[in-house]
Unconditional design. Structure first.
Length: 69
């Protein structure tokens, strides 16, 4: 469970460092993110409750550099 109470799955590299985070928000939005060492999502695939996908890529400063659609 994350800090907002949402179910969360962490996948680690075997050394205990998370590499991927999956979250389901209260509204049903599901996100699977590849994360960096600070747990910032670098690449995220989000699917809204109505099935609409969205891909977001962020830089090391956590700024969105590319997003589709």
């Amino acid at each position: 469970v994350d800090k907002d109470g949402n179910p969360t799955l962490l996948l680690s590299d075997g050394g205990g460092k998370p590499k991927m985070v999956g979250t389901v928000d209260k509204d049903g939005t599901t996100t699977l993110s590849l994360v960096d060492g600070k747990l910032n999502p670098r690449i995220a695939l989000t699917v809204s409750p109505n099935g609409e996908p969205k891909i977001t890529i962020r830089n090391a400063d956590n700024e969105v550099t590319w997003e589709a659609p």
